[in-house]
Write a protein that binds this ligand. Structure first.
Ligand code: ASN
Length: 299
């Protein structure tokens, strides 16, 4: 009897996460820290161009979103495993990704750049990377770009799951250079990261929202329709200006505080992702609990 009550309670307790009476809620994965596109503010609330854009598109199209900061590669894998409905994460539209996923119309132009420590005086071009160690972020377009150059320029590579750990490896001198998207590097440097950009960015493409090709609700089409509306109303411009603004000193200072307090430390990331981590833990506990109960029943 006690077990029955427990199982019924577990069933009821899960229900509110998946049902929405009027407007459907889609679970959208994003990167952990990819400012100005997604990052945690002082109150550990996720903000950024991607987050505001996704919310604006959802509002325009009459649906709701639940944003999950999973990390870029993990978010794409979760999408492919049908665990989430979409990804918005400064994700470059590439032919390889288009072959696997439904990618929306482009919403932001980007390109991959190399960066080295601000103190580095010896690396001035790709040719100076011979024999050097280059930090990359798993599964990214910038990593693919660097891997295509690896043989020609003779460098070794090491991978990280998020941009901050990749930058740290260069800052601390473990790696000599890293590759990431230009707008993200520029924003990080403008808000206090002690790296510098070397050379011109390589062409990798524009950012788009990703979903599965067979998603039953045509979320890609909904995103495109919403994006058109949000552009036409002037909201898109406002969102970009909110984060990239006119670069006033006060603006920049506020951004510094937000990024540095929350995003650059392990604790910051942990705090920002506590909900997600605990969500995963809850699921694990439930599965374990059910396994124990079933074993008791069968034994
Ligand atoms: N810009 C990366 C890519 O398109 C995504 C990311 O790092 N958030 O691969």
């Amino acid at each position: 009897m006690g077990i029955l009550v427990l199982l019924v309670w577990l069933g009821c307790w899960q229900a509110p996460q998946t049902t929405q009476a009027a407007e459907k809620t889609y679970v959208i994965g994003t990167d952990v820290t990819y400012a100005p596109f997604e990052f945690a503010d002082k109150n550990n609330k996720y903000i950024g161009i991607d987050i505001d854009l996704m919310n604006a598109v959802a509002k325009a199209e009459g649906f709701k979103v639940q944003i999950k900061p999973l990390g870029f590669n993990a978010a794409v894998q979760a999408l492919e495993a049908r665990q989430i409905d979409g990804v918005i994460a400064g994700m470059t539209i590439t032919p390889e990704r288009q072959a696997k996923l439904a990618m929306s119309d482009p919403y932001y132009k980007s390109g991959a750049s190399m960066a080295v420590s601000a103190k580095n005086k010896s690396i001035k071009s790709l040719a100076d990377l011979r024999g050097k160690r280059v930090a990359l972020k798993t599964g990214t377009a910038a990593a693919d770009y660097a891997l295509r150059l690896k043989k020609k320029y003779g460098f070794t590579t090491v991978t990280f799951d998020d941009s901050n750990n990749m930058y740290d490896d260069v800052r601390t001198g473990n790696s000599d250079a890293c590759f990431d998207d230009l707008p993200v590097l520029q924003y990080a440097i403008a808000t206090g990261l002690d790296l510098k950009i070397i050379g011109k960015p390589g062409k990798t493409g524009s950012y788009g929202f990703a979903t599965n090709k067979d998603n039953p609700d045509h979320l890609d089409q909904k995103f495109n329709a919403g994006l058109k509306k949000v552009r036409a109303s002037g909201e898109y411009k406002k969102i970009v200006a909110k984060y990239l603004g006119n670069g006033s000193a006060a603006d920049q200072k506020a951004k510094n505080a937000a990024v540095q307090e929350n995003d650059r430390s392990f604790i910051g990331l942990l705090k920002a992702n506590w909900g997600t981590l605990m969500g995963g833990l809850q699921e694990t506990l439930i599965v374990t609990l059910i396994a124990i109960i079933l074993r008791q029943l069968s034994g």
